[in-house]
Design a protein around this ligand. Structure first.
Ligand code: F6R
Length: 609
């Protein structure tokens, strides 16, 4: 949520920063700006509402020669997305420039204090207090660095900031508390960013900042100080495990479609080296260190948000059925408010694509006090959640750029299937069959993708609808929830997911000829009951789109708008259903000519609570 880029080195700094901002635009895109120190050591800020693309010509025209610059792409939290609220923000003297991700919880208190000292504020943001607070402390300190440290120790909440100042025209400062920052280490140059996407074009050598780290970066040196204790730290160099290819669009019109089409390879990557079907085993290296503890679990609590939460719900069905362990899935944003009893034999399992979701991090922080094992199913390698957990399984879906999560869900559900099988110790009757099915799944996913033209044809008929129900039973129920989320977020059509059996307990009242339902009616023990629910909708003139298993003729007679999915086992059905639902949402948004990768009001990686 919001993107930060900074550069110090021999190149034109604003070129690197603007390019980096384009790579981070998926994190927030309502306003954008850069600040630089030019060759005359004067500070300059160029910012405006809107996209990076609009900022580019302004920077080209206005920016002076510079080897030091910072930039920001914003997802508004405090104040409208306009040019005044856009970052960078500066102090009243306009010689300190700051970009910020996160929320300063005590900003009002700081603002009141600074106002008493004569400072003026022009924006509605929490961020504007930061450069002024630095100004306040540096005026009372021997060095700029000492003043900066004092200011950082006053800030409460989550932040990642980058700071430049004409008072130290050859230094880039950056600090982190509960919001990620990574520094790419090049040849006499450093690229700072809130995620590696902005760095990978320059270098794979990186240093991830930790909480309370303050980085002091010159062209030839990087120093890290723990600002809370004023102690120097040795920067820990790591190699970025990123595939640049994945960050490129190729022949696809947008990242969402590209990422949906990556489903077969996503399943392969999530199972590679882990499903040894011929030996009949699941091998999860990431859990080896905690395997003993896994023998004594009384319960698993899954915490996650949004799409990852729905993957967690699928995980609940999988783990309970295959491993016979009770599972409860909780929204991470609510977990922290509950006062539930938590035993040491309970496992907390956090699921996250980005590994940076603030609510999920807060849930993990809370669970620290319970002394229980904390596991992760995370996509972003080296992310905060990956680091916070005791052990875990990476989903290996590669970079996901579209705001709407697609391949990450596929990878999460695949990995949760592996975890369920691992926990079952091979004792479930379906164990062997499932290992086999997992190896066939990439081909079946490709077969769903081949249905894209048919899904598109059906979808377009529904593009003008205002509302939608998605229904399913059993494993298809969480898929219905996810299908509704996908549709609402990218097409702006009101959509709700329901357990099919719940329709008659209230929602059925809404059904009429203008309120369509997408029913997941694939082969399962519950199919007959789902068909009854479909009949109830049909009787009330509700339009129906049905997703069914290939060859099921009985379902075919219920609607003209039928999408066949390859036959699979019930436990692997969510993966195939999800791909079809993703295409369904995608083609409606495409028909409505919406900006699919950047849905309004949203951003990737939700780093505020
Ligand atoms: C929806 C979507 C969001 C995320 C949610 C959690 O398409 O992308 O609902 O799933 O914000 O994000 P992660 O998985 O990064 O923790």
């Amino acid at each position: 949520m919001c993107g930060i880029v900074g550069y110090i080195g021999p190149k034109q700094a604003t070129d690197v920063v603007v390019k980096g901002l384009s790579a981070l635009e998926y994190r927030g895109y309502d306003s954008v700006g850069v600040a630089l120190i030019d060759q005359n050591q004067t500070g300059q800020v160029i910012k405006q509402a809107g996209r990076v693309e609009n900022l580019k010509p302004l920077v080209k025209q206005q920016a002076g020669k510079s080897q030091l610059a910072i930039g920001h792409t914003r997802w508004a939290t405090h104040g409208l997305p306009n040019s005044v609220n856009a970052h960078p923000h500066s102090n009243n003297a306009k010689d300190i420039f700051v970009v910020h991700n996160g929320i300063i919880e005590n900003y009002q208190e700081i603002k009141d204090r600074l106002t008493e000292h004569g400072y003026k504020f022009y924006s509605d943001t929490d961020t504007e207090v930061i450069p002024n607070l630095i100004d306040y402390y540096t005026a009372r300190s021997k060095t700029f660095l000492a003043g900066l440290k004092a200011a950082l120790n006053d800030l409460r909440g989550a932040f990642a900031i980058a700071v430049i100042t004409t008072r130290e025209p050859t230094t880039l400062f950056a600090a982190r508390f509960s919001s990620p920052l990574v520094i790419g280490v090049g040849n006499n140059e450093y690229v700072l960013a809130s995620d590696p996407n902005a760095i990978m074009a320059h270098t794979k050598d990186v240093v991830f900042l930790e909480d309370n780290d303050l980085a002091v970066i010159n062209q030839t040196s990087l120093k890290i100080i723990d600002f809370s204790r004023s102690m120097p730290k040795k920067p820990k160099l790591e190699l970025l495990d990123y595939d640049q290819e994945q960050a490129a669009l190729g022949h696809f019109p947008n990242f969402m479609l590209k990422e949906i089409y990556e489903a077969p390879q996503t399943i392969r990557a999530a199972t590679r080296g882990r499903v040894l079907a011929d030996q009949g085993i699941i091998k999860l290296g990431g859990l080896e260190s905690v395997n003993k503890q896994l023998n004594h679990i009384d319960r698993i609590v899954i915490v996650a948000c949004g799409t990852s939460y729905y993957a967690g719900l699928v995980g609940e069905y999988l783990i309970e059925e295959l491993a016979n362990i009770p599972v409860e899935v909780q929204l991470a944003s609510e977990f922290k408010y509950r006062k539930e009893p938590f035993s040491r034999a309970t496992i907390l399992l956090a699921i996250s694509q980005s590994g940076e979701t603030a609510d999920t991090i807060a849930a993990l922080e809370k669970a620290k006090d319970f002394g229980c094992l904390r596991l992760g199913v995370v996509n972003a390698i080296g992310s905060t959640i990956a680091r916070l957990t005791d052990a875990g399984v990476y989903t290996h879906a590669g970079a996901e750029r579209a705001v709407a999560s697609t391949k990450a869900f596929i990878a999460q559900v695949t990995v949760l299937t592996l975890i369920a099988l691992h926990l079952s110790k091979g004792e479930n009757k379906d164990y062997r069959k499932l290992l086999n099915e997992l190896s066939l799944l990439p081909q079946k996913a490709a077969a769903v993708l081949e249905q894209a033209p048919e899904i598109k044809r059906i979808t377009i008929k529904y593009m003008d609808k205002q509302d939608f129900f998605f229904i399913g039973r059993g494993y298809n129920y969480p898929c219905a929830l996810e299908g509704a989320l996908k549709l609402k977020e990218i097409s702006y059509i009101h959509a709700e997911g329901y357990a099919a059996g719940e329709m008659k307990h209230g929602p059925l009242a809404l059904i009429d000829k203008d309120f369509p339902t997408l029913a997941l009616a694939t082969d399962s023990n519950e199919l007959a009951k789902t068909i009854s629910n479909i009949e109830e909708i049909k009787t009330r003139n509700g339009p129906l789109i049905i997703m069914a298993s290939a060859g099921n003729k009985k379902v075919a007679s219920l609607t003209d708008d039928l999408i066949y999915l390859p036959k699979t086992m019930e436990q692997t059905q969510p993966i195939l259903s999800a791909i079809a639902l993703q295409l369904f949402a995608y083609y409606i948004a495409e028909a409505k000519q919406l900006d699919i990768d950047h849905p309004r009001n949203l951003a990737k990686s939700v780093t505020v609570e």
